[in-house]
Design a protein around this ligand. Structure first.
Ligand code: ADP
Ligand code: MG
Length: 253
């Protein structure tokens, strides 16, 4: 089982990238579990085809008496979807939601039951506090990939995340796999991103163009891989999936 966390600034394209990666891995014959770790709980929407209820929602409405079927939902191909969810706005800590959800998934034996080959955690990385760092620290993820554009706030978040990984960098914790450049078409985007990648001793593993095929697929509540499998954009995500696996295999302990 390869466990990968995708981090990045809010709105940068983590969920779009992660869902298309999941779908691409499924096309390649892998069983995939995607876990959304953003209080927005919309990570898996285009993979499942609808907004699935989150673990925290289910715990709130059904108390502690929930089963695997209440939190794990089938998505495109051989994919399974979970959303951690968030606290009631204004009350509670969003990071705590991730911890609760992770504990519940273990308690219910989600990994043993669904036996994924690849687990993808889609994590909001603006705040690298307790709960949001859990996928890096708790032995959950082996590798972290950071999604960024060449915009300064996205790059700022990317280097914060990279430093957090370094700070936790002992044997059992996640390693930085690399940077995924999700283009916003800012001037000198590649160079700006490469500079930050060098600063954090990492590199750009793949470039995803900005392409309105994403919006067209979104309008159908689908990933690009599902809605437009023959498009250039689908090919970009398939190439990304291959690159990510290459990095994971190369760096294997
Ligand atoms: P995050 O999960 O990081 O908050 P999302 O994946 O939800 O961000 O992306 C935010 C929006 O950006 C999406 O609704 C999508 O329409 C758009 N988007 C992301 N990546 C691309 C891309 N490569 N090309 C075009 N639009 C994109
Ligand atoms: Mg998201």
């Amino acid at each position: 089982m390869i466990k990968i966390a995708i981090y990045g600034k809010g709105g940068i394209g983590k969920s779009t990238t992660t869902s298309n990666l999941s779908a691409a891995f499924s096309l390649m014959g892998y069983r995939v579990l995607q876990v959304g770790c953003d209080p927005k709980a919309d990570s898996t929407k285009n993979l499942a085809g609808y907004k699935i209820p989150s673990v925290l929602d289910q715990l709130r409405s059904k108390s502690n008496d929930i089963s695997k079927d209440d939190i794990v939902f089938s998505g495109y191909g051989n994919t399974f979807c979970v959303e951690a969810g968030g606290p009631t706005p204004g009350i509670g800590c969003a990071g705590r939601g991730i911890i609760t959800a992770f504990e519940k998934m273990e308690e219910l034996g989600v990994y043993e039951t669904y036996k994924p080959d690849i687990v993808l955690y889609d994590v909001l990385g603006d705040v690298v506090c307790g709960g949001f760092a859990m996928p890096i620290r708790g032995g959950y993820a082996d590798y972290v990939f950071i999604v960024t554009s060449g915009e300064s706030m996205a790059l700022y978040a990317a280097s914060n995340i990279a430093y957090a990984i370094k700070n936790f960098g002992t044997r059992n914790y996640a390693k930085l796999g690399g940077i995924i450049l999700n283009e916003r078409n800012v001037e000198n985007e590649y160079e700006l991103t490469e500079k930050v990648a060098n600063e954090i001793e990492s590199n750009i593993v793949a470039q995803i163009p900005r392409d309105d095929t994403v919006q067209k697929a979104e309008a159908l509540t689908k990933t690009v891989i599902e809605a437009f499998p023959d498009s250039q954009m689908a090919q970009s995500y398939i190439n990304l999936a291959k690159k990510v696996l290459e990095v994971c295999h190369e760096q294997k302990l």
